[in-house]
Design a protein around this ligand. Structure first.
Ligand SMILES: NC(=O)c1ccc[n+]([C@@H]2O[C@H](COP(=O)([O-])OP(=O)(O)OC[C@H]3O[C@@H](n4cnc5c(N)ncnc54)[C@H](O)[C@@H]3O)[C@@H](O)[C@H]2O)c1
Length: 446
C-alpha cells in the first residue's frame, strides 16, 4: 500500500548529475580493477552491468495496478557511466592493466579489449604503514613528517583531481587493516586532528584517506571491515562537511547468502543450534587475511550479522545457544574464485534436528564490483540531495555492507530484503513518491 502524505521531499531540489563524477579509490587491487575495467567494458557495449542495482534495478511506484516500474537510473538523477572518471592510490607500481593482470579476475581477451584505457590509469603512491597490513610491503609509498603531513598529501592529490572533475566520491578498496577498537583519539574531531599531528597509533591509513576526503567535502565508502569512519570523530566531520558516509565491508559471498537464509529460518520460527562457515580463497585479499590481526577485523564483521537478525533475546528457545564459527583459509590455487561452505544445524517442530549445506563457488570481485559502483553513484546522489547530505551516516545503504553503520543506539538491519526496502523507500522519499508499505488493503475495498 502507498502512504499518502509520506512524500515530503521536493525532488526538484536535488542537484542534477551534470558533469564528470570522479571516483577515487585507495587500494587498486582485484575489486578496484574489476570495477574500473567493468565500467569501461559496459560503456563500450562489450558487457552488461549485471549485479548493479543502479544500472539494472527497477523500482515500483504507486499501486501494483498502476504498472509503473521504471529503471532506478531513469527514476533518480544518478550519474551516467559515461561521466565517471577514475583515479586512486596503491603501493604497487605499474598501471591498472598490470594490476588487473595480477588480480587474475577477468579473462585475458576481455582485458586486451580495454588495455589502452587501463594502461592510462596509474595509481598515485599511497599512504601505507605495514604495522596495519602485515602481509604487504610497499613499493611506492608517500613519506612525511607525521600522519597529519601524510593526510594533507592525500588532500593535495584530491585537490589536483578536483581540477579535472566536477564532483568526487572516495571508496576504500584497500586491504583489511588489523583489528582496532575505538579509543580516546576517535571520540572527537579535535582529538582526532591532534592525533594526526601526534602520530597516534589509533589512526590508520584508511582513516587518513577518509579524513582527507571528508575534509574536502567528499563522500566516503568503505569496502573493507576496518574501523575507518565508524568512529564519532569522523561521523562529526561527515556531518559538518555535508559529506555522506555509510557502512563497512562489502556484503558479497557467504555473508550475502547468510543474510538471506537466516531471516528465512527466523520467519518460519525454525531454531538454529549451529552455523559453521568456512572459505578458501587464494587472492591477495586471502593472503592479507591469513594474518591473524587482519582476520580478526574480518571475523568481527562476519560474526555480527546472525545475532542482529535472529534476536536471541526475543527468541531464547530458538537462538540462545547457537554455535557460530567463521573460518577463512588462504589457498592460492583458487585465486579470486572463492569457495564458501556453510553447514547449518537447524531444528523444527518439537525440536527435531535438520541440516542444510551450502557450497557457494563464487567469484569475489565479480560480486563486489557492482556493489562498489552502486555505492559511488548513490553516495554522489546523497551528496546532491538536501535531505540526505547533512545526515552523515546513510543508513539506507546498509544493503551493501556486512557491517552497516547506524546512529548511536540504533541496531543495524542485516536482513537483505529489509535493507533493499529501506533503500528503495529512501529513493521514493527523496523523489517525492509515496512510500510502499505492502499493506495492500486498498485493492480489496469498495
Ligand atoms: N571481493 C570481495 O568480495 C570483498 C568483499 C568484502 C570486502 N572486501 C574487501 O575489499 C578490499 C579489497 O579487496 P581486493 O580483493 O580488491 O583485495 P586486493 O588485495 O586485491 O586489493 C587491495 C589493494 O589495496 C592495496 N593497499 C593496501 N593498503 C593500502 C593503502 N594504505 N593505500 C593504498 N592501497 C593500499 C594493496 O596493495 C592492494 O593492491 C579488502 O579489504 C577486502 O577484504 C572484498
Amino acid at each position: 500500500m502507498s502512504t499518502p502524505g509520506a512524500a515530503t521531499q521536493d525532488a526538484a531540489s536535488i542537484k542534477p548529475a551534470t558533469g564528470k563524477l570522479g571516483i577515487m579509490i585507495p587500494g587498486m587491487g582485484a575489486v578496484a580493477t574489476t570495477l574500473i575495467a567493468g565500467v569501461e567494458a559496459v560503456r563500450r557495449g562489450l558487457a552488461k552491468p549485471i549485479g548493479s542495482t543502479t544500472q539494472m534495478g527497477t523500482i515500483r511506484l504507486g499501486k501494483r495496478t498502476d504498472g509503473r516500474s521504471p529503471l532506478i537510473k531513469d527514476f533518480a538523477p544518478i550519474a551516467q557511466l559515461d561521466d565517471l572518471v577514475f583515479t586512486g592510490w596503491d603501493i604497487f607500481g605499474g598501471n591498472l592493466y598490470d594490476a588487473a593482470k595480477t588480480a587474475q579476475v577477468l579473462d585475458r581477451d576481455q582485458l586486451e579489449s580495454i588495455r589502452p584505457y587501463l594502461e592510462s590509469i596509474e595509481p598515485i603512491p599511497a599512504v601505507f604503514d605495514q604495522h596495519y597490513v602485515k602481509r604487504l610491503t610497499a613499493k611506492k609509498a608517500k613519506t612525511g613528517k607525521n600522519k597529519c603531513d601524510l593526510a594533507n598529501q592525500i588532500r593535495n592529490d584530491i585537490a589536483e583531481f578536483k581540477t579535472k572533475t566536477d564532483r568526487q566520491v572516495m571508496i576504500w578498496c584497500g586491504s583489511t587493516e588489523i583489528f582496532l577498537e575505538q579509543a580516546a583519539v576517535h571520540q572527537t574531531l579535535e582529538a582526532f586532528e591532534k592525533g594526526l599531528v601526534d602520530d597516534d597509533p589509533g589512526i590508520t591509513p584508511s582513516m587518513m584517506y577518509a579524513w582527507a576526503a571528508l575534509k574536502e567535502g567528499i563522500p566516503f565508502a568503505n569496502g573493507a571491515p576496518n574501523l575507518t569512519v565508524d568512529v564519532p570523530a569522523l561521523v562529526e566531520l561527515s556531518k559538518k562537511m555535508n559529506a555522506p558516509i555509510c557502512g563497512k565491508d562489502f556484503k558479497t559471498g557467504q555473508t550475502f547468502i547468510k543474510t538471506v537464509l537466516a531471516p528465512a529460518f527466523k520467519t518460519r520460527l525454525l531454531g538454529i543450534s549451529g552455523w559453521y562457515s568456512t572459505n578458501i580463497l587464494g587472492n591477495r585479499d586471502g593472503e592479507v587475511l591469513d594474518d591473524p590481526e587482519s582476520f580478526k577485523t574480518k571475523e568481527e564483521s562476519k560474526l555480527g550479522v546472525l545475532d542482529y537478525i535472529l534476536q536471541p533475546e526475543l527468541h531464547p528457545d530458538l537462538y540462545k545457544d547457537i554455535y557460530h564459527k567463521v573460518r577463512i583459509n588462504y589457498y592460492p590455487p583458487r585465486g579470486d574464485n572463492k569457495e564458501g561452505w556453510d553447514n547449518i544445524d537447524i531444528f523444527g517442530w518439537l525440536g527435531y534436528p535438520m541440516q542444510l549445506k551450502v557450497d557457494f563457488l563464487c567469484r569475489d570481485s565479480i560480486l563486489a564490483a557492482p556493489l562498489a559502483l552502486d555505492l559511488c553513484l548513490f553516495l554522489d546522489l546523497a551528496s546532491r540531495t538536501p535531505s540526505l547530505r547533512g545526515l552523515g551516516i546513510q543508513e539506507w545503504l546498509s544493503f551493501y555492507f556486512k557491517a552497516p553503520q547506524t546512529a548511536p543506539g540504533v541496531y543495524p538491519e542485516h536482513d537483505l530484503f529489509i535493507q533493499q526496502m529501506k533503500l528503495k523507500n529512501t529513493l521514493r522519499h527523496i523523489m517525492g513518491e509515496d512510500l510502499i508499505t505492502h499493506l495492500g488493503l486498498e485493492y480489496y475495498g469498495e
